[in-house]
Write a protein that binds this ligand. Structure first.
Ligand SMILES: *[C@@H]1O[C@H](CO)[C@@H](O)[C@H](O)[C@H]1NC(C)=O
Ligand SMILES: *[C@@H]1O[C@H](CO)[C@@H](O)[C@H](O)[C@H]1NC(C)=O
Ligand SMILES: *[C@@H]1O[C@H](CO)[C@@H](O)[C@H](O)[C@H]1NC(C)=O
Length: 582
């Protein structure tokens, strides 16, 4: 009898009936194999020793090992490990796979940048990576090399901790516009996730984690609208979530985890862990035996100097470092000022790094046209803010700095548009301003444009001037709707990147400069030796007024209360009264 009692008690109290485990996760690492400085660029060795740097794969590896030795852990990565440093420029996707393999993830999702070298650049990564890569909303049949690739699946079932966990991948359909054109067909995330999750549930998988790269807004929609999904692990918007006082300079967008309630009242935790290896998210989960999420809690871990660096990772990096050092030692020029490439500036308003890059395009064309009678045939250039991926501190600029800041190497070309289309292009740029994930806002050269954001979309330009090309002395002139303007930009933009329409539909002219954007910037710095790009009102903004602000709405009553308080306080506190009078 006592035996039966023990068994009964065990059945009641045994937590093994359900399951507890943790997810550690990160996203948007952008080839930051080495630790990053405060600006997410390359960290100097001496700065790292002083504790001024963060992350790097050697620290990421340590945290993953530590978490795994602590208990039941899945490591999930939400994409965009491609692109961002000289490491990627030299070694591409294959090394991404080698680095990822050292971290032994349980599953990976694809990111937008995973397509930067096209399908041909993704295949070597897939051939080498050992973890399953999940994405349920791409149709690959148009790309034979990806179709039926054994590493790339809609989902994966992980059998660990005496349970089955389904991981369903997703990727923003905007990838089609953000990267090299492919024959992939993207579908909307929610429907695709629901189809795949249903299939897993029908196979008896009761815990479903959505892992993907569509940005924080979509992550929350997935949590709300995918009934079978228990947890959402995201990326792309590089969102920093934290509860309580943040441990470093990043300001949280919301609590960690963000809790989203489904219609049936069930709460779904949504997580992301910023970017550039600076943090590792950690979410503890407890499910009952039906796979219902009972409890969750967690916090991102800051990867500062307290986290030791994994030896094996560092040794592997050293074995490849020589060619990276060459790029790092290659001094291209000097900047006397900070080259501000931060998304918080360049995606929203004129930034001085955007000016420099756009000027380097105009310069490259002017050199090619040097023996013409006019100073150039293309005085205008655009840079999509999303092409700028890091800032550069004042001082010497190396090839490695440029590789981090302007990593895409998109070819340059020019196109001819009428003034009226130039207006439409810039109005569209204003619409993309500061939108989450969107790098479609344009930095400019050869233009002066003023936007008034109090006016309706599509009618925000209040002034637009362009630098003349056929004039003896270049000067800014009002843009005429019927005049033709030649504009230099990347082939990414010309071919409709970020949703732009850069070609005149009636007369599509475009011609390659036979130079890529990175080479143009490098050339500009080499030729000028010293630069100090400034803000010069190329893009003027009148910001949106908020009508519900305290000042306008409560002006009267607030003033009245202040006067009453003032009289009240001064009456009872004569010293203050005297002070006020003085
Ligand atoms: C591992 O457990 C120790 C002791 O509880 C804790 O201090 C540490 O933060 C844990 N590490 C990770 C990565 O979970
Ligand atoms: C311009 O003309 C000079 C002299 O004829 C020639 O040496 C130079 O290569 C030409 N430059 C370009 C860019 O065509
Ligand atoms: C960009 O141009 C530079 C200099 O010509 C070249 O080394 C580099 O390979 C080019 N990048 C691509 C992706 O073509």
């Amino acid at each position: 009898m006592p035996r039966l009692l023990i068994i009964l008690l065990c059945l009641i109290f045994n937590p093994a009936l359900g399951v507890k485990f943790s997810i550690i996760h990160n996203n948007d690492m952008h080839a930051r194999y080495d630790p990053v400085a405060a600006n997410y660029g390359k960290c100097k060795k001496s700065d790292d020793a002083m504790g001024l740097c963060f992350g790097g794969f050697a620290r990421v590896a340590t945290i993953i090992k530590e978490a795994r030795s602590n208990g039941s852990v899945l490591y999930l990565n939400a994409g965009n490990t491609f692109q961002g440093t000289a490491w990627f420029t030299v070694y591409h996707g294959q090394m991404v796979a080698e680095m990822m393999n050292m971290l032994k993830p349980d599953a990976l999702s694809l990111g937008t940048n995973e397509f930067d070298d096209g399908v041909d650049g993704l295949v070597p990564f897939l051939n080498k990576v050992t973890a399953p890569v999940v994405c349920c909303n791409i149709e690959t049949s148009g790309e034979p090399k990806l179709h039926n690739h054994q590493r790339l699946t809609k989902s994966v079932i992980i059998s660990k901790f005496n349970t089955k966990i389904g991981i369903v991948g997703y990727l923003t359909p905007n990838t089609q516009q953000m990267s090299v054109q492919t024959k992939l067909v993207f579908s909307k995330e929610i429907q695709a996730i629901n189809n795949e999750a249903r299939r897993l549930v029908s196979q008896g998988v009761n815990i479903i984690i959505a892992l993907g790269h569509s940005g924080y807004a979509m992550d929350q929609q997935i949590a709300e609208k995918c009934p079978d999904v228990d947890v959402v692990v995201g990326g792309h918007s590089q969102t920093f979530l934290y509860t309580g006082a943040p441990p470093d300079k990043e300001i949280p967008t919301g609590h960690y985890p963000k809790i989203v309630a489904k219609k049936n009242g069930i709460n779904v935790p949504v997580v992301q862990a910023f970017a550039y290896t600076k943090y590792m998210g950690k979410l503890d989960l407890e499910f009952d035996e039906q796979g219902t999420l009972l409890k969750f809690s967690g916090s991102p871990i800051l990867l500062n100097k307290k986290v030791a660096e994994d030896k094996a990772v560092n040794e592997f990096l050293e074995s490849r470092r020589e060619s990276i050092d060459d790029i790092e030692k290659n001094v291209v020029g000097t900047t006397l000022v900070y080259l501000n490439g931060q998304a918080s500036s360049c995606h929203k308003e004129e930034c001085n790094f955007g000016n420099l890059i756009a000027d380097s395009f105009v310069y490259a064309r002017a050199l090619q046209q040097m023996n013409d009678t006019d100073w150039t045939d293309a005085a205008i250039a655009f840079v999509n803010a999303g092409a700028i991926r890091a800032s550069i501190e004042s001082g010497v600029v190396t090839g490695a700095d440029i590789a981090s800041a302007l990593p895409f190497h998109s070819e340059l070309a020019y196109t001819d548009v009428k003034g009226r289309q130039l207006i439409d292009i810039l109005e569209f740029s204003a619409k993309l301003r500061n939108k989450e994930n969107d790098g479609g806002f344009l930095q400019v050269s050869g233009l002066r444009v003023n936007f008034n954001y109090n006016r309706p979309k599509g009618k925000r330009i209040t002034n637009l001037e362009a630098l003349c090309t056929t004039c003896k002395v270049p000067l800014y002139e009002r843009v005429h709707k019927d005049k033709v303007y030649r504009i230099i930009m990347s082939t990414f933009l010309i071919s409709g990147g970020d949703g732009h329409r850069m070609q005149d539909p009636d007369n599509p002219v475009n011609s390659l400069l036979r130079l890529n954007e990175t080479a143009a910037l490098t050339q500009y710095l080499q030729h000028h030796k010293v630069v100090y790009p400034m803000l010069e009102n190329r893009i003027g903004n009148v910001e949106k007024r908020h009508r519900t602000s305290l000042g306008t709405r409560f002006h009267g009553p607030v003033q009245f209360i202040l006067i009453v308080l003032f009289v009240h306080c001064t009456f009872f506190n004569p010293t203050k009264f005297i002070l006020y009078l003085g």
